[in-house]
Ligand binder design. Structure first.
Ligand code: MIC
Ligand code: SF4
Length: 645
C-alpha cells in the first residue's frame, strides 16, 4: 500500500511509537519558531533546562506581535529575546521584518522537514509541504533542547481539489468553504492533506492562506504537495536548492476523502463571532461597513496586497470607512514600494501599518463601538478586535477591497470591473539584513529588564482535590476568552500581573475570586462545554489559571494544543463520561475527587462527588504513559531532562 504525504514525512521523523491513528508518537523536529508574545516564556523555560545551544537544524525567534511598545514592557521583551537568541544559537528576526509565518514561508521553510512553533498558525508552512505544527512554548523549548515532539498520530483526510477558482474568488474563500464543511470543533488529531488536479494552479502564498486557517478547524496541521509551483516559489526566493519534490503515492490510503470543486466556490464570509459561521457574501444584506483591515498572517502576501492595490487604483476610500493595511513582511512592503503599488494604496487613502500582527491581535485599530469591521485575518472571536461589541467578519482581500469602495458589504463580482491579473515576481527582493545570525565567537549576557519575570513553578499534584467550581462556561471557549491578548499582552512575561485578566471578558470577578480561594487553601475548578481551548497556542491560558490555583478543568471536550498545555502545567484535563452531567453542576458547587495518583496511573476514570448537590458522576483523564508521568511530576518542566537526547 502506498503512503500519503503525511505518512511519508512522519515516518522519516519517527522516534517513538507506531504510525497508527490515535497512538502517541514522538517525532524529530528539524526547525522551530517562536514569536515574542509566547517566546519570552518559551526561552525562560529553555534556559531552565540548562542546555548550552539549541539542537535543532534551525530555530528562529521572531518579533512581530508586541510591536506597539506603549511603556517599556515590549521593548524589554525584545532585548531579552535578542540576547537569548545570540547566546543559544537562535536566528533572530527583528521587529520590522514581518510576521513569523509569512517570513518563515519566504526565507526558511523547506519541503519534507518538520517544524513546531509557539503559535497556532505555524501550519502555514504546510504550504511548502512541511509537517508544521503549533504547540505550547514549553513543547517548543523542549524541541530546541533536543527532545522529540509528542503528538497523537493523526487521521489523514484528503481534501481533493478539482476545477479552477473563478475571478473574484480566492484562497480565503477556499478555506472558508473548508470551515463551513468541517466547522471549528470535532477535528482534533486530524491532518488535512490537499491533493487533486486543482492544486497545481494555486501558488504557495495561496496555499499558505489555506493551511494557515486550517488552525481554525482545530486540525493538527494541513499540508500541500511539493511540486512545480513550490519550486517556482523557492526559486523566486533565491533558494531553489531547498526544493525536493514530494507527493502522496498514487495508491495512498486516507481516513476520508472529500471533494471540493474550486470552480463552484463563491465569495464567502465568516460572520461574528466564529470562523465557521459561514455565509456567501451575496446573501449578506448591504450592511454598512465602518472598518476594513487588510493583513494578518492569513492574507498579507504580495498577491493579496497587489490585488487590492489594483482594485483601488484611482479610487478613494469610502468616507464612512477606515481602511487599514499591514503587509506580512518587509519583503512584501519593499516590493509594493518599489513597484509603485504602495503609492497607489496611499493615494486611495489607506492607513499603512507596520508589517506585524497589529490589528489582528487587537493591540491597535480597535473599531468604534458596535462597529462592523471586515478583516482578512483568521479569527473573529468576541472582543479580539479590542471592542467588545464590534461585529467582525472575515473576508478575502477582494471582498475587503469592494467594501472599501462602496462602504457596505459587497460581492466583489458586483464591482463591474475586470479582475486584476497578478503576475508573481520571478525573483522577489531578497534582503535578509533584518535577520541576525548568532555569532559563534561572541559570548553575551542575557538582558533581563524589569518586565522579564520569574517562571512560576507548578505545585506537585495532590492526591485529592477539594475544589470549587469557580466558573462554568459553555461550548467553544477560546483562549482569547480565557486570557485576552490585545492591550493585555504586554504582561506576557509577568505572570502574576497577566493572571489578573483571566476570563476578564467572561466574568471580570474570576481572577480575584480564584486568588482569594487559593489563598484560603482551596482549589479552583473550571467547568466547560465542547471544544474548550480553541484558537491560540498561548500557554498562558494554562499557566495563569494554574497560578490562580486552578487544578482541574472538566469539559465535554478539549482542543489539542490547549489540552497539551494544561498537562504541561500540571492541570488535570477531565472529560465528562456522560455529557449530560455538565447540566447537573453549577458555579460555586463544591467538588471532590480522591485517590488521584493511583487512578491516573491506572485507567484514569474518576468518581467526582458534588458535595453541594449530593450527587456523583464519572470523569475521565485519558493520558498517554508519558503524559501520566508529566502530570504526576507536577508539570513537564520538572522532568524535561528525561526526554532530551
Ligand atoms: C493568535 O493569533 O491568537 C496569536 C496571538 O498569534 C496566538 C499566540 C499568542 O497568543 O501569543 C496563537 O495563534 O497561537
Ligand atoms: Fe499574528 Fe494574527 Fe497571525 Fe496570530 S493570527 S500570528 S496575531 S497575524
Amino acid at each position: 500500500m502506498g503512503k500519503n504525504l503525511v505518512e511519508k514525512i512522519l515516518s522519516q521523523h519517527l522516534v517513538s511509537g507506531i504510525l497508527e491513528a490515535g497512538e502517541e508518537i514522538g517525532i524529530r523536529i528539524d526547525q522551530t519558531l517562536t514569536q515574542d508574545a509566547t517566546g519570552t516564556l518559551a526561552y525562560l523555560q529553555f534556559e531552565a533546562m540548562n542546555v548550552p545551544k539549541v539542537k535543532t537544524e534551525l530555530s528562529v525567534s521572531y518579533i512581530d506581535h508586541n510591536t506597539i511598545q506603549i511603556g517599556f514592557e515590549n521593548a524589554d521583551d525584545h532585548l531579552y529575546l535578542q540576547s537569548v537568541a545570540q547566546k543559544y544559537g537562535i536566528v533572530f528576526s527583528r521587529a520590522g521584518n514581518g510576521i513569523c509565518h509569512q517570513v518563515h514561508l519566504e526565507r526558511f521553510g523547506k519541503p519534507g522537514k518538520t517544524l513546531i512553533g509557539s503559535d497556532s498558525h505555524t501550519p502555514t508552512c504546510g504550504a511548502l509541504s512541511m509537517i508544521a505544527i503549533g504547540a505550547g512554548g514549553l513543547d517548543v523549548a523542549m524541541a530546541m533542547a533536543g527532545s522529540p515532539f509528542y503528538l497523537i498520530c493523526p487521521k489523514v483526510i484528503k481534501i481533493n481539489l478539482t476545477g479552477k477558482l473563478k475571478p473574484w474568488v480566492s484562497a480565503k474563500d477556499v478555506i472558508l468553504k473548508v470551515l463551513e464543511i468541517f466547522t471549528t470543533k470535532g477535528n482534533v488529531n486530524t491532518v488535512f492533506e490537499y491533493g487533486g488536479k486543482g492544486v497545481a494552479a494555486l501558488t504557495v502564498p495561496e496555499r499558505a492562506t489555506i493551511t494557515n486557517m486550517g488552525a481554525e478547524c482545530g486540525v493538527t496541521t494541513s499540508i500541500f504537495p511539493s511540486d512545480k509551483m513550490t519550486r517556482l516559489f523557492l526559486r523566486s526566493q533565491k533558494r531553489e536548492r531547498d526544493f525536493i519534490q514530494l507527493e502522496a503515492d498514487k495508491n495512498a490510503k486516507y481516513d476520508k476523502v472529500i471533494n471540493i470543486d474550486l470552480s463552484k466556490i463563491e465569495p464567502l464570509t465568516a460572520k461574528p463571532h466564529s470562523p465557521d459561521n459561514i455565509s456567501t457574501v451575496r446573501k449578506m444584506k448591504k450592511i454598512t461597513v465602518n472598518q476594513v483591515c487588510l493583513g494578518s498572517c492569513t492574507n498579507s502576501s504580495y498577491k493579496d496586497l497587489v490585488t487590492v492595490a489594483k482594485i483601488l487604483k484611482g479610487k478613494i476610500v469610502h468616507p464612512d470607512v477606515s481602511f487599514v493595511l499591514a503587509p506580512g513582511s518587509r519583503q512584501v512592503l519593499e516590493e509594493l514600494a518599489n513597484k509603485g503599488y504602495l503609492a497607489d494604496l496611499i493615494a486611495s487613502g489607506a492607513r499603512i501599518m507596520e508589517n506585524a500582527c497589529g490589528f489582528c491581535i487587537g493591540n491597535s485599530q480597535s473599531p468604534p463601538s458596535a462597529a462592523v469591521s471586515l478583516r482578512t485575518s483568521n479569527r473573529n472571536f468576541p472582543g479580539r478586535s479590542g471592542t467588545m461589541d464590534a461585529d467582525v467578519y472575515l473576508v478575502s482581500p477582494e471582498t475587503a477591497a469592494a467594501a472599501v469602495i462602496t462602504g457596505c458589504f459587497t460581492d466583489p463580482r458586483d464591482l463591474k470591473m475586470r479582475y486584476p491579473k497578478i503576475v508573481m515576481p520571478k525573483k522577489f527582493l531578497v534582503d535578509d539584513s533584518m535577520i541576525l545570525w548568532p555569532d559563534k565567537k561572541r559570548t553575551i549576557d542575557v538582558l533581563r529588564g524589569p518586565n522579564i519575570g520569574v517562571l512560576p513553578r507548578c505545585p506537585e499534584l495532590s492526591d485529592a482535590i477539594h475544589g470549587h467550581v469557580t466558573i462554568k462556561v459553555g461550548d467553544k471557549i477560546t483562549t482569547d476568552h480565557i486570557i485576552p491578548a490585545g492591550a493585555r499582552m504586554k504582561y506576557r512575561s509577568n505572570i502574576p500581573k497577566y493572571s489578573e485578566f483571566v476570563f476578564e471578558n467572561v466574568d471580570a470577578t474570576f481572577a480575584k475570586r480564584a486568588m482569594s480561594l487559593r489563598q484560603d487553601g482551596k482549589q479552583n475548578i473550571i467547568v466547560a462545554g465542547l471544544s474548550y481551548g480553541q484558537g491560540s497556542s498561548r500557554e498562558h491560558a494554562a499557566l495563569c489559571p494554574m497560578y490562580l490555583g486552578v487544578r482541574a478543568v472538566i469539559a465535554k471536550s478539549f482542543e489539542r494544543i490547549h489540552a497539551a498545555n494544561l498537562i504541561n502545567f500540571g492541570i488535570l484535563p477531565l472529560t465528562f463520561l456522560n455529557e449530560n452531567d455538565y447540566d447537573r453542576i453549577d458555579k460555586e458547587d463544591e467538588l471532590e475527587i480522591s485517590d488521584i495518583k493511583r487512578i491516573i496511573a491506572g485507567d484514569g476514570k474518576f468518581l467526582m462527588r458534588d458535595k453541594t448537590k449530593g450527587i456523583a458522576f464519572y470523569v475521565t483523564c485519558e493520558l498517554s504513559a508519558r503524559q501520566k508521568q508529566i502530570i504526576l511530576a507536577g508539570g513537564a518542566l520538572n522532568i524535561s531532562n528525561k526526554y532530551m537526547e
